[in-house]
Design a protein around this ligand. Structure first.
Ligand SMILES: Cc1cc2nc3c(=O)[nH]c(=O)nc-3n(C[C@H](O)[C@H](O)[C@H](O)COP(=O)(O)O)c2cc1C
Length: 301
């Protein structure tokens, strides 16, 4: 490793900017059987809430051409169980573990985030963008005032820097981004999934019990690029970009438009070594082009 990939995000050092996206990597246990997790820059945990959640009923995943629809509904064991059963293991791995925290109202967000205050967490990802839950979730990320309120409440209570994860479904995405920055977010991540739906013609019914679900994967990349470009120009805090990244070239596209780090989600299901392969691809690119650090190409477009 040459050091070309070393990245600072809101004061947090990352050995490289390649990070597993929330909900597509569990707590890393399946993937560590395949490769050494210390190879990647970091991992965002499955979305955690104050109380355990069973998730949605009915169909939860549906493939589309070049994309995936999901309606998991934030199934998770709850913050306490995570801290007891998963955190000690993750803390032993030489990578940055980023708890992704969700909630159903302001108080449940604040309480969930404050449970991490006594742990050596480096960064929290605040999920104000989940489209698949009936209350809370995306509702907080749809409107600048609500986004400000929840981010401010959490930032005030958190001992750690907070990165707000934005929804592409917001009518005024840059307004939400600016509101999070004003509220004290140390960084932003985007995009979460784009609302879509599917119809099962054999069963003659709408696929998902919740009717709408979240679209991710290669199909969303051009939209994610446009949105990251807009947000990078609207704020001065760093951005972790995601949405449809499948290889190191895709990752570099986001970095060249100004992303500090990238996250990879759906492609982990398609190609289980996509994350370390992107790390290698970026390293080779830097060596081939004599790039000392990705900063040389970051934000050049
Ligand atoms: C099955 C599945 C579960 C997800 N769960 C979460 C979650 O718990 N919290 C969250 O912030 N995002 C969640 N996401 C969104 C992803 O982290 C990511 O924002 C989105 O899939 C876009 O990236 P991608 O195209 O690389 O998958 C989930 C996505 C999928 C496909």
């Amino acid at each position: 490793m040459s050091g070309a990939l070393l990245t600072n995000f809101a004061g947090v050092p990352f050995k490289n900017p390649v990070i597993a996206a929330s909900g597509t990597f569990g707590f890393g246990r399946q993937f560590e059987k395949i490769y050494d997790l210390s190879k990647i820059g970091g991992l965002c945990t499955k979305g955690l809430t104050l109380e355990p959640r069973p998730g949605n009923t009915g169909e939860r995943l549906w493939e589309t051409p070049a994309g995936l629809l999901n309606s998991i509904g934030l199934e998770n064991p709850g913050v306490d169980a995570f801290i007891e059963n998963e955190w000690p293991h993750l803390a032993d791995i030489d990578t940055v573990t980023i708890p992704n925290v969700g909630g159903s109202d302001l108080d449940s967000y604040v309480q969930a985030v404050s449970k991490f205050n006594d742990l050596p967490v480096k960064l929290i990802e605040l999920n104000i963008s989940c489209p698949n839950v009936k209350c809370g979730g995306m509702a907080f990320g749809m409107d600048p005032d609500q986004a400000y309120a929840v981010t401010k409440a959490v930032v005030d209570e958190s001992a750690h820097p907070v990165m707000a994860k934005l929804t592409p479904n917001a009518p005024d995405l840059t307004g939400v981004a600016r509101a999070c920055e004003e509220a004290g977010a140390a960084g932003l991540s985007l995009i979460n999934t784009i609302q879509g739906m599917a119809v099962d013609v054999d069963r003659r019914r709408i696929v998902f019990d919740n009717v709408y679900a979240g679209l991710s994967g290669p199909a969303v990349k051009p939209i994610a690029l446009r949105m990251v470009h807009q947000v990078v120009h609207a704020v001065s805090i760093p951005v972790m970009a995601l949405g449809g990244i499948s290889d190191w070239r895709d990752a570099l596209e986001f970095i060249m438009i100004g992303a500090q780090c990238v996250q990879v989600g759906t492609m982990n299901f398609v190609d289980t070594t996509v994350l370390p392969d992107i790390v290698d691809g970026l390293e080779t690119y830097c060596t081939k082009h004599g790039i000392q650090n990705l900063d040389d190409v970051r934000g050049i477009l």
